[in-house]
Write a protein that binds this ligand. Structure first.
Ligand SMILES: Cc1ncc(COP(=O)(O)O)c(C=O)c1O
Length: 419
C-alpha cells in the first residue's frame, strides 16, 4: 500500500474514533460533573488523576470560607465546635459514599504510609498468636507497602512470604490460598495494582485469608472513588487509602483508615498520642485509648488537608459509585480501543488486563521510548505518568475525564512515538 493510502486510511480511522469520543461524551450521564473541576475548559489532557486528582471549583471557596470564618473567626474555639470531630465525620461520609462501611469504622488521618504501618501493627496485635509469624505480600505491591512490611518484620522478628505477582496482572485468590496457612498472621495487598491497574478479587481473597485464620489489610489507594467497594459486606479487617487521587483532596491530603468494628474493642495501634486518648484535653497521666475508631488517631488532625475531600464526597453521593464505575469501565475500554488502533501496531504493549472486569481505572502501556515520550508530552500539556522501567500509565478519573480528552492524549502519545 502506498504511503498516501496509508495516511488516508489512518485519517479515516482517526475520524471514526473521534466521532466515537463525541458520541460517548454525549451519552455520558456523568458528563456535567467535568465542568465542576478547575482546568477542564482547556485543551490540556490530564491522564493522571490516579496520582493527583484535579481540584474542584468549589475548593478555593471552601478553603477561603474556612480561613475567613472558621480559622479566622472562631479561632481556637473551632476545635471544640467542629474540627476535632472532622476526622470521624468525613470518615463516616467516606464510608457511606465510597467504602461500603457503616459509621464508626473510618477516620481521616496521617499519610497512607503511616496509616498502613499502624494498621499492620494493629492487625498483628489482634492476631496475637506467636505461632503465626508470617506476613504475606506480593512483589509488585506499591513500594511503601513493601518497605513498611520489611521494617515491621525486622521490628517484630517476623518472616515475609512473598507472592510473585505478574506485573501485567496481579494477585489471584489461588495464590493467596497457596501462600497462607497456620503460620500466617496478616495478608497485605493492593485492591487495584498501582502499575497494571489489575483489580484483585477483594471478597475472594479476604475469604481465603480468613479461612487460613489470617487477617487482611487492603491498600485501597487506587480503588477509593473509582471502583465500588463493600468493605462491611466482604468482612474486610483493615483498609487504608489516599484521598489525593480519585477523591481530589489535593497534594499530600491525609489518608483514611478503616477498621472493621469487630476489631475495634481493644484495638492496639502503635502510635499512642494525645488525640487517640480518652478525654484528650484532660492531659492526664498514662495512655488510655479512646473508645472506637477515635483511638486510631495519634496527633492533631490536618484540618486544611481534609477540606477538599468533602466536595468530592458530595459529588460521589449524588452520582453514586455504580455510575462512576460504569463510566470508568467505558473509559478504560475506549483507551484500550485507541491503543489497539494506534499503538499496538508500533510495538507498544498493554501491561494491563484485557478483561474490563479485571481493571481499575487506569491502564499501563509499555514501550522502551516512553520515558522520553512522557517528558515530551508534559511539555505539550498532555499529562499521563511514567512508571519505571518503561510504562506510561493512563489514569482516568470518571468524574473529570472526558472521552475527547482521552482521545487527545492517546493521539499525542501516538504522534510522539512516530516522531
Ligand atoms: C497504592 C499506593 N499505596 C501507598 C501509597 C503511598 O501513599 P502516601 O504517600 O500517602 O503515604 C501510594 C501513593 O501513591 C499508592 O499509590
Amino acid at each position: 500500500m502506498s504511503n498516501a493510502m496509508d495516511a488516508k486510511l489512518e485519517n479515516h480511522d482517526a475520524a471514526i474514533l473521534l466521532e466515537q469520543a463525541a458520541r460517548l461524551d454525549a451519552a455520558d450521564p456523568l458528563a456535567r460533573y467535568r465542568a465542576l473541576f478547575i482546568g477542564t475548559d482547556t485543551n490540556l489532557s490530564y491522564l493522571d488523576g490516579n496520582s493527583l486528582g484535579r481540584p474542584l471549583k468549589r475548593t478555593p471557596r471552601d478553603i477561603s470560607t474556612f480561613i475567613e470564618e472558621g480559622w479566622g473567626g472562631r479561632l481556637i474555639r473551632g476545635w471544640d465546635e467542629e474540627w476535632l470531630d472532622l476526622p470521624q465525620a468525613i470518615g463516616d461520609q467516606l464510608g457511606r459514599a465510597v467504602l461500603g462501611a457503616a459509621p464508626g469504622q473510618t477516620v481521616i488521618a496521617d499519610s497512607t504510609t503511616v496509616v498502613l504501618y499502624k494498621l499492620i501493627r494493629a492487625a498483628l496485635a489482634t492476631v496475637a498468636d506467636p505461632a503465626r509469624a508470617e506476613i504475606v505480600l506480593d512483589t509488585d505491591n506499591f513500594p511503601t507497602d513493601r518497605y513498611l512490611v520489611e521494617g515491621i518484620a525486622r521490628e517484630e522478628g517476623l518472616t515475609l512470604r512473598w507472592i510473585e505477582a505478574d506485573p501485567a496482572s496481579g494477585v489471584s485468590v489461588e495464590q493467596v490460598r497457596d501462600a497462607t496457612g497456620p503460620a500466617t498472621a496478616v495478608v497485605l495487598l493492593s485492591h487495584v495494582a498501582y502499575r497494571s491497574g489489575f483489580l484483585a478479587d477483594l471478597p475472594g481473597i479476604t475469604e481465603a485469608a480468613h479461612s487460613a485464620g489470617a487477617l487482611v489489610v487492603w491498600d485501597l489507594c487506587h480503588s477509593a472513588g473509582s471502583v465500588e467497594l463493600d468493605l462491611d459486606g466482604a468482612d474486610v479487617d483493615f483498609a487504608a487509602g489516599c484521598t489525593y487521587k480519585y477523591l481530589n483532596g489535593g497534594p499530600g491530603s491525609p489518608a483514611f483508615a478503616y477498621v472493621n468494628r469487630r476489631h475495634l474493642p481493644g484495638l492496639q495501634q502503635p502510635i499512642w498520642g494525645w488525640m487517640g486518648r480518652k478525654d484528650a484535653f484532660e492531659m492526664a497521666a498514662g495512655y488510655e485509648a479512646a473508645p472506637g475508631i477515635r483511638s486510631f488517631l495519634s496527633g492533631t488532625p490536618a484540618i486544611f488537608g481534609m477540606l477538599a475531600i468533602r466536595g468530592t464526597l458530595d459529588l460521589i453521593e449524588e452520582a453514586g459509585m455504580a455510575a462512576i464505575r460504569e463510566k470508568s469501565l467505558k473509559l478504560t475500554a475506549y483507551a484500550v480501543q485507541l491503543y489497539e488502533a494506534w499503538l499496538a501496531p508500533t510495538g507498544v504493549e498493554l501491561a494491563s488486563p484485557r478483561d474490563p472486569a479485571l481493571r481499575g481505572s487506569h491502564i499501563t502501556l509499555d514501550h522502551p521510548a516512553f520515558r522520553n515520550v512522557t517528558a515530551a508530552l508534559w511539555e505539550q500539556d498532555v499529562i499521563p505518568d511514567f512508571r519505571a522501567p518503561h510504562g506510561i500509565r493512563v489514569g482516568l478519573s470518571p468524574l473529570s475525564t472526558s472521552f475527547a480528552e482521552l482521545f487527545r492524549g492517546m493521539a499525542a502519545i501516538r504522534d510522539q512515538l512516530h516522531r
